[in-house]
Write a protein that binds this ligand. Sequence first.
Ligand code: NAD
Length: 298
Amino acid sequence: MNIQTVGVVGAGVMGIGVAQNLAQTDHQVILVDISEDILDKAKHEIRNNIRFQGFFKKGVDVGVASRREASQRHRQENSDGVIEKIEFSTNYKILENADFVVENVTEKWDIKKQVYSLLDSICPADCVFAANTSAIPITRIASVTKRADKVIGIHFMNPVPMKPMVEMIRGYHTSELTIETAKKILAQMGKECVLVNDSPGFVSNRVLMLTINEAVFLLQDQVATAEDIDKIFKSCFGHKMGPLETADLIGLDTILFSIEVLYENFNDSKYRPCSLLKKMVDAGLHGRKSGKGFYIYQ
Ligand code: NAD
């Protein structure tokens, strides 16, 4: 399958990164979200990110190799050239000729469900849908479409343009052809994948979300400060970021929604969200994207 036009639905933290990465690797991109304001903000963020200090200003440790790669890439292109490859729209109809769609909307089943039925009614029958979800089972997502064989999970890592590996999830009906198509577009984006079977949270987030939630319990129980919790993971285990810094990068709302998905899907109390996490989300402390989470950002 020849992939020319890629739809990216949802222009938040992940949609912005996916659209940028696709445009930087010569794809024609259509970025869809629900308001012009959000799309304007996305355009601005993409410009800033291409001037890649954006990532470093925020203090994200993406490693020396990525830094070198990013600076080489920066020399080769300018932000206008990348932006020109992206069409920004609030109208789903614009996706009627898309070859491939990457969905990145809010991690809420009610929202995803509506988005997939809409996409299914608009996109061509052979268009592949890649769900960039943190925890929602791919088989469930596929069930609201009439193309279950063409629905796959591509769990991108954040920040997308800097992360060379993704977790790919095979839903119950996902075909081999869909897997090959998804691998092809990932290769074009400069990425490799680890293919896993479908289960809520897959491999990465079944572990990571529990770890983060437990780290928030530690903070709530006043066992240690946020800085010391993170320091233990960085200094003792050699992790690049601690669990609370990671939570701020992902977005505390996304963490809460993901742990809620795990809780609902497994019916297991070990996934109950920490009340401090709920309170912080209610208070608008969503991490980096809101300027404040466990830490404060400029
Ligand atoms: P976000 O809150 O930053 O962005 C979500 C975007 O979806 C918002 O811009 C919102 O306006 C948009 N949206 C909501 N309803 C919509 C609709 N009906 N149509 C179009 N757009 C709509 O969230 P995010 O962090 O970008 O997460 C997006 C998805 O990616 C989630 O499923 C999340 O679990 C997953 N994910 C997140 C991360 C991460 O590190 N943040 C990593 C991997 C996967």
